[in-house]
Design a protein around this ligand. Structure first.
Ligand code: SF4
Length: 346
């Protein structure tokens, strides 16, 4: 079977599966049984769905796939973060990062193979954009780790390879399935969608009323600097991005986070901190300060410790909630901005 021959059953929401079954004259409760096998029991093939008639199992097998991505490589950082390199059905690769902490196990999900946006501090865009992930490929990253490694995942962030809101339909579809009680039953407050500032995507996410957390990858608080670091800012300038974020916060009732990578001599002055503080105040957002990751083909260097302290101090004087993040997984190229989907063997 070729990659595009048939959809995976995990590409469908409960409503879509119900409608597909009803169109074939099947009772609606079959959809609940099927979702139960896929999402609660983690069955790997339709023949295992033993409470379904044999002819329906065969019909499902004829019409849908039921696949998980293949694990090509697993690397464990000395700080406990883990990176999983997954091979997709068409032979392309994506990476997923597990970040364990005392009270939570956070999974950082990829949404695209590569990225169109080419932010200067990020490896994901360096090889260009290849394609969007399907909902089943996004959900597959979760199911693989839950079912094969029995990892009790608690939090989910769309912050891996790709710009989530540039693959809006498939990210929204997977989020609906993650959140649905028949699906993975994950509370919306445990799901965070990150964006580099795709304004139409932020507006569509607001209209979905899913109430997931929104995180803005800001990295610079002036149009001039942001356009240099993140070319997407030329299409969606800061004023439009911040207006869309304000609307999202107002409508969802969620608190936003701002991600800000500290790059030595580029965006880490005290004046930069004050401009960032003004944006954070306007959005009533928490700020995560991320150490800049080094990777081949990047000129960006992490800020020096003394400068980081001055930056944080300037934010705290403005009474902005800010956290200086530790870089997790840098030794296995799993830190923010390092995911390139190539693993160590290639
Ligand atoms: S930071 Fe996000 S939008 Fe920018 S290149 Fe990396 S993955 Fe793409």
């Amino acid at each position: 079977m070729g990659f595009n021959d048939k959809p995976d059953i995990k590409d469908l929401t409960p409503e879509e599966l119900r409608a597909a079954l009803e169109a074939e004259g099947e009772p609606a409760y079959r959809a609940e049984q099927i979702f139960d096998w896929v999402y609660k029991r983690g069955a790997a093939e339709f023949s295992a769905f033993t409470d379904l008639p044999k002819r329906l199992r065969q019909a499902l097998d004829d019409r849908f796939g039921l696949c998980l991505p293949g694990l090509a490589e697993r690397q464990v950082s000395k700080d406990g973060a883990e990176k999983f390199l997954f091979r997709l059905a068409d032979g392309r690769f994506v990476e997923t990062v597990l970040i364990p902490a005392r009270m939570r196990q956070t999974l950082c999900l990829s949404t695209q193979v590569g990225c169109k946006f080419g932010c200067v501090f990020c490896a994901s865009g360096k090889g260009g954009f290849k394609r969007n992930l399907r909902p089943s490929e996004i959900l597959g990253q979760i199911l693989f780790l839950r079912d094969r490694f029995r990892i009790p995942l608690t939090n989910f962030v769309f912050m891996g390879m790709g710009e989530p809101l540039d693959n809006f339909d498939n990210v929204a579809q997977s989020t609906l399935i993650m959140n649905a009680p028949e699906g993975l039953g994950i509370a919306a407050r445990r799901i965070t969608v990150s964006t580099a500032g795709v304004v139409p995507g932020i507006e569509r996410l607001k209209n979905l009323k899913l109430q997931v957390n929104l995180s803005l990858s800001l990295h610079a608080a002036t149009d001039e600097l942001r356009s240099r670091l993140m070319p997407i800012n030329r299409k969606y300038p800061l004023a439009d991005v911040l207006r869309a974020c304000e609307d999202y916060v107002r409508s969802s009732g969620r608190m936003m986070t701002i991600e800000y990578t500290l790059i030595r001599g580029v965006n880490d002055s005290v004046s930069d901190a004050r401009r960032l503080g003004a944006v954070a105040r306007r959005l009533n957002a928490k700020v995560n300060l991320i150490p800049c990751s080094e990777f081949p083909a990047s000129d960006c260097r992490p800020s020096l410790p003394a400068q980081k302290a001055l930056f944080l101090d300037a934010l705290e004087r403005m009474e902005i909630r800010a956290t200086l993040r530790r870089s997790r997984g840098a030794d296995i190229q799993a830190a923010c901005g390092q995911l390139a989907g190539i693993g160590v063997k290639s």
